[in-house]
Write a protein that binds this ligand. Structure first.
Ligand SMILES: [Zn+2]
Length: 267
């Protein structure tokens, strides 16, 4: 049994196939797929898809790459959506939120400040609603850690983790799990392969980030939640453990950091 802790199954790339893919993934042992929102318009879509499929749950948030198009009022709309969904067991986190300094114009004023503002306000919502966060981090590990230390949301997942060992340790100390997707399966991803091999097993979760970040064997086809078991098996091979052990550990880790997902899947 595997948990895909980050999959954009509501993305246009999957239009019309979302439900079939969720069911096919279930048949492959993917017991849960967490679908993060990206902007205001996606809130209803991720929630509706999660309601339809027993193995889907969702998060609400505004993705840093969608901050430039977002209005200030979107933060109020997010608060209203969180209030309305508070007793919805399928809502498991706030996400996808974070900061992205990979794109050069995002590192400059005023976009940099705007990303930071949206991130900080959403961390405050996470604390207020007592929900873990799904973090998007590109070249922004330290500024994100600074705000986590200050605001202290109730843990979460650093999605597609690609920092240093020292940064990994800092996230772990703040109650976070580190998530690995198919990126480490590419031979040239040496640092990522070291992280995936050497970080403590109790800190790891896995994801597809579909339709993005395809594993090495799927670069010519669309990434999907169906790739998750093979990503898990590849990680087990790197670490020299049985896939079954890795599946159990990463599932337990995901449920520990997403308590509402644990409530959803039962004992
Ligand atoms: Zn994402």
């Amino acid at each position: 049994m595997w948990i895909d802790t980050h999959c954009h199954l509501e993305a246009p790339e999957f239009a019309g196939e979302e439900d079939a893919l969720a069911q096919q993934a279930a048949a492959l042992g993917v017991s849960q797929i967490v679908i993060p929102a990206i902007d205001r318009d996606s809130f209803a879509r991720v929630a509706a898809l999660a309601q339809r499929q027993p193995n889907c749950s969702y998060a609400l948030g505004i993705h840093p790459m969608y901050v430039p198009q977002a209005a200030d009022a979107d933060l109020d709309i997010l608060r209203q959506a969180l209030t309305a969904a508070q007793s919805d067991p399928k809502l498991v986190a706030i996400g996808e939120i974070g900061m992205d300094f990979f794109i050069p114009e995002y590192t400059e004023s005023p976009l940099r400040e705007r990303q930071e503002h949206f991130f900080v306000e959403q961390l405050k919502l996470a604390r207020e609603f007592n929900l873990p966060v799904l973090l998007h981090i590109r070249r922004a590990q330290d500024v994100i850690l600074k705000h986590l230390r200050r605001i202290r949301p109730p843990g979460g997942i650093a999605h597609a983790f690609n920092g240093s060992f020292q940064q990994a340790q800092a996230f772990i100390e703040l109650g976070f799990k580190l998530s690995f997707c198919g990126t480490f399966t590419h031979e040239r991803a040496q640092q990522l392969r070291r992280l995936a091999t050497e970080l403590p097993l109790e800190s790891l979760v896995i994801e597809t980030d579909a339709p993005d970040l395809a594993p090495s064997w799927a670069v010519s086809r669309r990434n999907s939640p169906l790739e998750l078991p093979r990503i898990g098996e590849a990680l087990a091979t790197l670490r020299g453990v049985e896939p079954e052990l890795l599946a159990q550990a990463t599932t337990a880790n995901a449920l520990a950091v997403l308590p509402r997902l644990a409530a959803l899947t039962g004992p």
